[in-house]
Design a protein around this ligand. Structure first.
Ligand SMILES: [Cu+2]
Length: 439
């Protein structure tokens, strides 16, 4: 851990000890720009009677009011994105974010989106699942002229539905470059039963060839799988208070359908990309198949303490590809017992550019066993590299068990939950302070 990061966490610990009030620290730091808008957004949302969804690792799109119209600004642009501690790709997204920032509105609201195209080619914005006038549908040549590079286009419509929708470019390759984001329409009357936590996950997949940073959008096989733009263990754990009700909204815009599985709890599917489902259709399950272009909304009671995994259960989506780190040393054989292949896999693990550990033991005769290695060199502990307030207190080497399309819900006793939420807020303030000092 770098000195700065270590100091950061020490500071957080000191603050956590209650030497002075964090709310004072928050006030002293003063909300600014985007953050101020987001804070205002949350306050306005609360005043209007809906609890905003939280998209871990992705921020909300701030807005201004013009009379009764909620005005958002969205720009499609290239986004350099760190999707794992050892992998950065050149994706496309919106407002510097991939997936794009989350838009949250309430059923009945009038919405204006001032859209700018900063891409080197034409694009448009499609509002997936929304019932709106044809000229707002965002399909190039059919409902509008494509938005040329450098051009603006203004979308405006009234949202009469409730549910989990999304926006995306209506161009296949652009979708696979990452041009997608949440559009959540909260109901006018809160869903029953009400939830205490509302979380959103965007599922994406990427084919990044060795020595490359640009996703191969024509590929049919994918080696990088992300939740909200990051692969585990970089995904930020979801926090839930013991006994609370949790809503999880999952949306998929890739080439595969993902069976998303929750450990230790049963959930019910309470909605789809078409809105809320009647309670008579709910039945217990713990794996929900989220098909391409679908959204699935599930809810569960966080009944059991622990760090419970949420992950795609396709085996190849439960890992990160490190093959691109091999460069010209790529393994040439399917025989994993071949001495050269084993050596390459070991050197591959060593080539990861930060300190990590392979915590699980290997038998002395491992190399003589057909099939070895399978997961032996893939389980890399890198706890400190991905440390954040939400990972505090996880067992040593927890990160070695987290790869690909994985995150976790940490069900915590009330007091621990409150302490962690406080620590998160302080970490944000300290990070902002540090940024200010450095700039
Ligand atoms: Cu999957």
């Amino acid at each position: 851990m770098s000195g700065t990061r270590r100091r950061f966490f020490q500071d957080a610990a000191v603050l956590g000890a209650g030497l002075f009030s964090w709310s004072e620290t928050l006030r002293a730091a003063g909300p600014e720009g985007e953050q101020a808008k987001q804070a205002a957004h949350a306050t306005q949302a609360a005043a209007r009677g809906f609890q905003p969804m939280v998209t871990p690792d992705v921020s909300d799109l701030p807005y201004d009011m013009d009379g009764g119209v909620k005005v958002f600004k969205l720009a499609a642009e290239p986004v350099r994105k760190k999707i794992a501690p050892f992998k950065t790709i050149d994706a496309w997204g919106y407002n510097g974010s991939c997936p794009g920032p989350t838009i949250q509105v309430q059923q009945g609201e009038r919405v204006r989106v001032i859209f700018e195209n900063h891409l080197p080619e034409s694009t448009s914005l499609h509002w997936h699942g929304l019932e709106l006038p044809i000229e707002q549908d965002g399909v190039p040549y059919i409902s509008q002229k494509p938005v040329a590079p450098g051009e603006k286009y203004v979308y405006e419509f009234t949202v009469h539905q409730e549910g989990t929708f999304f926006y995306h470019a209506h161009s296949a390759m652009q979708e696979m470059m990452g041009l997608i984001g949440f559009f959540v329409a909260h109901p006018q009357k809160e869903y029953k039963p009400a939830v205490d936590h509302d979380y959103g996950l965007v599922l994406q997949e990427w084919a990044v060839l060795p020595s490359n940073t640009v996703p191969n959008t024509a590929a049919m096989e994918f080696n990088w799988l992300t939740f909200n733009g990051v692969s585990a263990p970089m995904t930020t754990p979801l926090l839930a208070r013991l006994g609370s009700r949790v809503r999880l909204r999952i949306l998929n815009l890739g080439m595969d359908h993902h069976p998303i599985h929750l450990h230790g709890h049963q959930f019910v599917m309470t909605g789809t990309e078409g809105g809320r489902a009647p309670e008579s259709t709910w039945y217990p399950m713990n794996t929900v198949l989220v098909g391409v272009a679908q959204a699935r909304v599930v809810e569960f009671e966080a009944r059991y303490l622990g760090a419970w995994m949420i992950h795609c259960h396709l085996p190849h989506h439960m890992m990160n590809s490190m093959m691109d780190l091999l460069r010209d040393r790529a393994i040439q054989t399917a025989d994993q017992t071949e001495e050269k292949a084993v050596r390459q896999m070991m050197s591959l693990a060593k080539s990861v550019p930060f300190e990590h550990v392979h915590p699980s033991p290997i038998a002395p005769n491992a190399s003589s066993v057909p099939g070895f290695p399978q997961d032996a060199f893939m389980e890399m502990g890198m706890d400190e590299v991905v440390e954040k307030p939400e990972t505090d207190g996880l067992p040593k080497n927890w990160s070695a068990g987290m790869m690909g399309m994985m995150t976790m819900v940490r069900v915590l006793p009330g007091r621990e939950y409150d302490a962690m939420v406080m620590k998160k807020k302080m970490a944000r303030v300290l990070a902002r302070d540090e940024q200010k000092r450095e700039s």
